[in-house]
Each structure stands twice: as structure tokens, then as C-alpha cells.
Design a protein around this ligand. Structure first.
Ligand code: ZN
Ligand code: ZN
Length: 386
């Protein structure tokens, strides 16, 4: 009869023998692989040669990392007043940019979406309906990531440098901005419309159950169809450990004039259980319409301005401020300047203005950039009609 203890001991002995053998083989491998990298064994102390090589690799990695930060910094300096974020290395660079932000080092004007409460709204505006509109707007906000820059981008717009001009030439950089979902359409077998995503196209076997998601952003974030196809929208990126869904860019409808700066992006996903998203769209439309009707006659008094964005391409944050000036920019188009905090990565975010936003079918303001005027930083938007 075998006792439990014997079995465990003999198994332990076998394991020990196997472990010694594995270590011997490993030492041989390390000796013979002078030029190879073993990432899983970075901190091994088995071989001094290996440790030296490991240090060299780490040093090289640090140099590369600082190179990617420098390159992103140089590109950012050449993008004028626009506020897209640029990343030329691993996505972890975005957090470094957030920590080293020069515009707003403490990011005091931002509140992480996850910890936003009713009491973060200025006292005068603490009404359940305003809280609901801010919450819905936040739920509809996506981070935009685009891995391609079109050669059709102009060098300048109204005399100012335009972002990502000729950036595609030899540089592997990614551009980040923000957008807002405004519509979703579900397709089922009954519709007999095959999914147009890249995966289905490549496999030659398209699914008939898919979802079209429409997002509005700035044209300087996603310039045309070529860029739309290289775009991914991350929905639900509320923290670094959250469960989020990625939508693949398909096509775009953009403003005729580059300076009008809006882009309606069509995206696709195989996730069809998006009932929650539909509820947020309906709730935002209904409640912002209700607020519009309540406040439109006193819109001159109320200047509350809310922006939900992904500063530096990092998790979603809410910033509340007030608009300062309203400019007519031709026709019915307007443009606002405001105190609500924004950083690189906020470009393309919807700008909610109390008493002016909420007319169904009419998008108002999209965050475009930041200018210094009379020694003061002025974040500004671009109007959208359509
Ligand atoms: Zn910042
Ligand atoms: Zn598909």
C-alpha cells in the first residue's frame, strides 16, 4: 500500500532531478547563445556573461525608449496649436508623457471618470439632469488611435502648422485623439449584409452578425478614408485594468473645408451585445435636449462647459470649466474658447456647452486645440453643423 507521503516524496525527487537537468541544459544554452536574447531569463544569475549581456540589452532599451520620447516630442512641437498626442515607442510612453506634461503638470483640472461624483460639479449646477448628461457623454467617449498619416495632409492651415504633415515618411508613429459615439446600427443574418471588417475580408468568410458604430471626432485626428482604415476606437477605456472594446475604422465623412475640422467615422465590431451603448445614446439625446429647452433662453448667463477626453492617450477624464468667448467663423458656424482643461490627446473630444448643446441631429463643438492669447492659455473648439 502506498502512503500519500511516499507518493509526494518520490514525485518531489523526480521533479528535483528534472529541475537539475533543465538547469544544466539551460546553462549550456546560455553559453552557446552569445548573440541571442532570452527575455524570460533577463534576471538570471547563472552566467556572468549573460548578466553583462543583459545589462547591455537593458541599456540599449533605455536609449531606444528615450529616442522614441524625443522623436514624439519633436513631432509634437511641429503640430501647431492642435492637441493630438503622438507616440513613437511602446504604449507605456503615453503614461510617461502624462507624468511629464508641461501644459498642466498636476492635471488638476481633470477628474478621472471612475472617481467622478455629483459633488465634482460646481455647486450652482448640481442638478441630477446635468450629472446624467455628463455621465452619458462620458460613456459615449472613445479613445482614437491612428497608425497612418495621409500624404494629403496640408503643411499648414491658415498659416499655422498642421499636425502629422509628412509624418508617414519613414517614421512609425501613432496619433491619439478622442471621439464621441453618436449612433450604432446592428446587422443580423436577416439583413443579409456581410461584415466589412478586415478580418472577415481576409478570411473570405464574413459574419452576418455585426455592428456599425459611428463616432464624431476632429478632421486633424482622422483626415480621410485612408486614415479611417488605420484607426481603432477604444470604448470603455476608463482605467488601465478595465474591460474595453475596440472598434475598427472603416470609412469617414469629413468637413469640406479643412478648417471646419470635423470627421464622422464609421467603425465596425463583431460585438453585437451593445444594448448599454444604445441606452447611453438615447439617454444623452433625450436629456441634453431637455436641458437645452430649459436653458436656451438664459444661455448667456450659463457658461458651463464640459469635456470628456483621453489626455495623453491615457484613461478617460472629465474636465469642467466655462466658455470665455464665442466667435462667428462664417455662416452659422461658431467657435468657442473655454477654461475646461485639455491636453494632447484631447483633440476631437465633444465640447458640451450648457444651453447650446442638445438640439437633436446637430453636433455643436469639437475640441480642436490651444492657443496662447494675451498671455493666457485658451483652449478652443470648432463648430460642427450636420
Ligand atoms: Zn497633460
Ligand atoms: Zn468582420
Amino acid at each position: 500500500m502506498t502512503r500519500k507521503g511516499d507518493t509526494f516524496n518520490s514525485r518531489a525527487f523526480c521533479c528535483k532531478r528534472q529541475f537539475v537537468k533543465t538547469m544544466e541544459n539551460l546553462a549550456k544554452k546560455i553559453d552557446s547563445a552569445q548573440s541571442k536574447d532570452f527575455p524570460a531569463l533577463r534576471h538570471s544569475t547563472v552566467s556572468k556573461n549573460f548578466s553583462d549581456r543583459d545589462e547591455q540589452i537593458n541599456e540599449r532599451k533605455l536609449v531606444c525608449e528615450s529616442d522614441s520620447l524625443k522623436l514624439a516630442h519633436a513631432i509634437r512641437l511641429s503640430q501647431g496649436t492642435f492637441e493630438t498626442e503622438i507616440c513613437c515607442g511602446p504604449e507605456s510612453d503615453l503614461h510617461k508623457e502624462y507624468d511629464n506634461c508641461k501644459k498642466d503638470p498636476s492635471h488638476k483640472g481633470f477628474k478621472p471618470f471612475n472617481s467622478f461624483s455629483f459633488y465634482d460639479i460646481p455647486e450652482r449646477y448640481r442638478l441630477p439632469i446635468i450629472y446624467d448628461v455628463i455621465r452619458d457623454l462620458a460613456q459615449l467617449t472613445v479613445r482614437i488611435m491612428c497608425t497612418f498619416s495621409s500624404s494629403e495632409r496640408p503643411e499648414k492651415m491658415k498659416g499655422e502648422a498642421y499636425p502629422s504633415y509628412k509624418e508617414s515618411e519613414g517614421k512609425q508613429c501613432v496619433r491619439y485623439g478622442t471621439g464621441r459615439i453618436f449612433n450604432i446600427i446592428n446587422f443580423t443574418e436577416k439583413d443579409d449584409k456581410p461584415c466589412p471588417c478586415s478580418l472577415c475580408k481576409a478570411s473570405g468568410q464574413s459574419t452576418f452578425a455585426w455592428c456599425l458604430v459611428e463616432v464624431i471626432t476632429a478632421r486633424h485626428v482622422v483626415f480621410n478614408d485612408h486614415e479611417a482604415r488605420a484607426t481603432k476606437c477604444r470604448w470603455g477605456y476608463d482605467s488601465d485594468d478595465c474591460c474595453d472594446i475596440t472598434f475598427e475604422g472603416l470609412s469617414s465623412k469629413v468637413s469640406d473645408r479643412i478648417e471646419d475640422d470635423w470627421c464622422k467615422l464609421k467603425c465596425v465590431t463583431h460585438v453585437t451585445a451593445l444594448g448599454k451603448l444604445r441606452t447611453f445614446i438615447e439617454s444623452f439625446n433625450t436629456k441634453s435636449r431637455e436641458l437645452y429647452l430649459q436653458c436656451r433662453s438664459i444661455k448667456q448667463i450659463h457658461k458651463l462647459t464640459v469635456i470628456v477626453s483621453h489626455p495623453h492617450g491615457c484613461p478617460k477624464q472629465i474636465s469642467i470649466g466655462y466658455w470665455r468667448q464665442r466667435h462667428h467663423v462664417g455662416g452659422v458656424d461658431t467657435k468657442y474658447t473655454y477654461s475646461s482643461s485639455t491636453c494632447n490627446g484631447s483633440s476631437g473630444a465633444a465640447v458640451y456647452i450648457l444651453g447650446r448643446d442638445g438640439k437633436l441631429g446637430l453636433f455643436h463643438q469639437i475640441h480642436s486645440g490651444c492657443k496662447t492669447e494675451n498671455g493666457k492659455l485658451n483652449n478652443h473648439s470648432c463648430g460642427v453643423v450636420g
